[in-house]
Design a protein around this ligand. Sequence first.
Ligand code: FAD
Length: 498
Amino acid sequence: MNPTDLPPIVIAGGGTAGWMAAATLGRFAGRKVLLVESEAIGTVGVGEATIPQIRLFNAALGLDEAEFLRETQGTFKLAIEFAGWGGEGERYLHAFGTVGHGAGVLPFQHYWLRARQAGKAGPLSDYALNDVASRAGKMQMWQAEPGKPVPDMPWAYHFDAGLYAAYLRRYAEAHGVERVEGTIASVERDGESGDIAALVLDGERRIEGGVFVDCTGFRSLLLGGALGVEFMDWTQWLPCDRAVAVPCETKGEFTPYTRSTARKAGWQWRIPLQHRIGNGHVFCSDFMGEDEATKTLLANLDGAPTADPRVLKFTTGMRAQQWSHNCMALGLAGGFMEPLESTSIHLIQASIARLLQMLPGAEVAPAMRAEFNRQAEFEWTRIRDFLILHYWANGREGEPFWDRCRAMDVPDTLSTKVETFRASGFVHREHEELFTEPGWLQVLIGQGVVPENYNPIADAMPEVELTAMLARIAETNQRLVAAMPDHAPFLRAHIDPR
Ligand code: FAD
């Protein structure tokens, strides 16, 4: 069947999720795409830090990186710094890319653990290129050979999500997506199949479609509301339920990493953009009120606030199915995990990739829907485990919120991972998991989970070779980083090459 003969795809909501979906479906689906959004309702207005996969998304759309950074006031991101999670004054980075590039047959940590036990290893951070570059405030790419990035040094972005949505809107409309301004008043379902038949807007306009994509944010009007898909609440493991956000002035000397600083009952984010710094304090309302959370945030800014602080309420968890009947949810409509590892925009992107791979034609195939839901649940729950680890393995003794986090029962999928790591430095990872072995390693070690042993095969390497290998990796990182430009001038030259 010619795709143009199929009923339209209707996207409900025009936040980051809605316009990311519109841009890709407009570009690739070959059929009519409508997007309904309400200016009166607006968007959630946060969401500024990403992980390197975002570059694949932009590349699939053919976006030019310099233009994208100009349009979204974006900066480069090589890592996330976690300050105070292992205890006051402690800090570590979760840097993108590998740790110990060029090690032996085993994953690097086994050699590092052996050398560490003998008192001959430096801190893990010395062996991760992005970590060394982040701490030096450097950005990589074109210093070695023009146009050729240093291999194994992935980067992501910080950007203004509102500007990104506006940029994607222009792209989507240029690719034929029709935007309908209006407020969805009700959702009409087919009496026989129960599928969604149409969105009914204020003023009784009806928007009919074949496939509906719910991007209505926390409201989840279609999947949660009309179709009644249950919400799986993860508050028991991810207990924060509020955030207060405020932008502040920047002096233009931005770090190439996001900062996450542990506070009394939660943590504070700092995201440097070209035109401002995004800040927010995520906290648990059982342990802290909104006034105290706001005060703490305002007392810890690097510049004067440029807007009033705004409180957002949320519940961590996900909808039990991300695709029900003929409706898929993207973004906050499908659930929310707090922004600790910058995964929300990535989850939108991952669902869009699945949607493109499994897009139904005239009929929905139940097997496809089931597979979509299996993949989504797997992805969400493994990310959830990674986030829980940050709370569970905290070192902030004597603070009631953090004491409670350390005492919680965690999912088996996480406790097994931590036990095997503790026993022998082994990181068990199933191949579809988002976070890599170096990612788990940095957070585990950074939060004080140090293995009692390592794989004995590491002992097969002669000691002199082991010492030389560690020295070579650390020295190579130092040498590469010493030749790199500072982040801010690099960015300026990149976005405005004149
Ligand atoms: P929204 O932006 O809320 O958009 C919903 C859309 O639906 C709007 O267009 C609205 O007008 C429309 N709508 C709703 N109801 C109706 C109706 N009745 N009729 C018509 N239209 C309607 N993600 C990251 O990746 N990195 C981060 O650093 C990050 N930080 C975050 C910090 C906080 C505190 C929170 C809460 C989230 C954060 N996120 C982050 C998540 C990120 O904000 C979202 O994933 C992203 O913005 C997508 O939002 P959305 O499009 O799903 O929802």
